[in-house]
Design a protein around this ligand. Structure first.
Ligand code: CP3
Length: 338
């Protein structure tokens, strides 16, 4: 019997919205920090399936969330495409050589890098109950490309946006290669036990309208269609962060089954603007969870009311921050579940 999260992604409306939080496994949890210190680093943790499954399950054990999101990273895809990947403490990810210095053809792909991730999904699926939904994910091609091109996080995604204007054919080839690898990667996660998958497009918001069509909508539509053709029962959640007024077009044209709203989206507006019955996910401000206080339960209630009558998966508008007190997550859950 599937759990309330999967049911909601397929159109049901339970009395209390199911809930999971982006980045729910991570540094705000002491048990995560302990295991990470033991393994020596983030990538060591990701490629150690037993440890990654343990990290995936930690927030379920502690909070009873309705979904377990695979513990991995969107940059595992470039790594499997042959780009060097490091996570330096306090500096974030570094990919080398960048796609300004090198071409995709210079890389030697190694798709066996996905194997431990699939194993993590299998091990996690065995440890969580039937009513907890196993969520897989990948980065969306545009967001992944911004890191592959700049080699790291970049201000306003400038290097990738410049390539889009100067040499769109080159960007097209990069995006199309990411699309192909991502389809295989998501199918692998689903075959290992993922029951729904989320596409993270964290930098969708930096593009001009025609560019948004080409680099956000088109590649996500290809991925959603491929998953639909091979695994028609597996919902695809699109999360185009910063898409704002593009959200209705994104939903219509990509064919995603559910859409994640970031915290800048007014849920009342979204409820009016999005197709009737389309499941939405979100959208509490992660910084309000960090701050806590009376405004937290009030905002939870406002969001729930705004999308009442529509399938709603409660979540944050973006990942939970590392300095979030655990009691504030408990406060959120009390506000939601009573
Ligand atoms: O949601 C989850 O808990 C699942 C695991 C997950 C991680 N990253 C773990 C992680 C997911 C879904 C991601 C997605 C991700 N990774 C995105 C898209 C979503 C978003 O947050 O915008 C992006 C852009 C990345 C790339 C990335 N990974 C960056 C820029 C960083 C460094 C910044 C930071 O927060 O540390 C990471 C590292 C990372 N990915 C950590 C975790 C738990 C922190 C690693 C650590 O130091 O322990």
């Amino acid at each position: 019997m599937p759990g309330p999260l999967l049911d909601t992604l397929k159109g049901s409306i339970p009395d209390v919205p199911p809930v999971w939080l982006m980045r729910q496994a991570g540094r705000y949890l002491p048990e995560y920090r302990e295991l990470r210190a033991e393994k020596g680093g983030f990538l060591e943790l990701v490629y150690d399936s037993e440890a990654a499954a343990e990290v995936t399950v930690q927030p379920i054990r502690r909070f009873g969330f309705d979904g377990a999101i695979l513990f991995s990273d969107i940059l595992i895809v470039p790594h499997a495409m042959g780009q060097g990947l490091e996570f330096l403490a306090g500096e974030g990810p570094k990919l080398s050589p960048t796609l300004l210095e090198a071409k995709l053809e210079d890389f030697t792909a190694d798709h066996t890098r996905f194997d431990p991730v699939y194993r993590t999904v299998q091990l996690t699926r065995q440890q969580i109950g039937d009513r907890v939904t196993m969520l897989g994910f990948a980065g969306s091609p545009w967001t992944v490309a911004t890191y592959m091109i700049a080699g790291q996080g970049s201000k306003d995604q400038g290097p990738a946006r410049l390539m889009a204007y100067r040499d769109p054919k080159r960007l097209e080839a990069i995006i199309s290669a990411i699309v192909d690898v991502t389809i295989g990667y998501l199918r692998g996660q689903i075959d290992a036990g993922a029951e729904a998958v989320q596409l993270f497009d964290s930098w969708a918001g930096s593009l001009a309208p025609d560019q948004f069509e080409r680099w956000v909508i088109a590649p996500n539509a290809k991925i959603a269609a491929a998953i639909k053709s091979s695994h028609p029962d597996v919902p695809v959640i699109g999360f185009p962060k910063g898409a704002a007024a593009h959200l209705p077009a994104y939903v219509r044209e990509t064919g995603v089954d559910a859409v994640g709203l970031d915290e800048t989206v007014d849920p009342h507006w979204a409820n009016e603007a999005l197709p009737e019955g389309l499941p939405v996910q979100g959208n509490l401000d992660p910084l309000l969870v960090e701050a806590g206080g009376a405004a937290l339960p009030e905002r939870v209630a406002t969001i729930v009311r705004a999308v009442e009558g529509r399938p709603h998966v409660f979540n944050l508008g973006h990942g939970i921050g590392q300095f979030t007190p655990i009691e504030h997550v408990e406060q959120l859950l009390r506000a939601l579940r009573g």
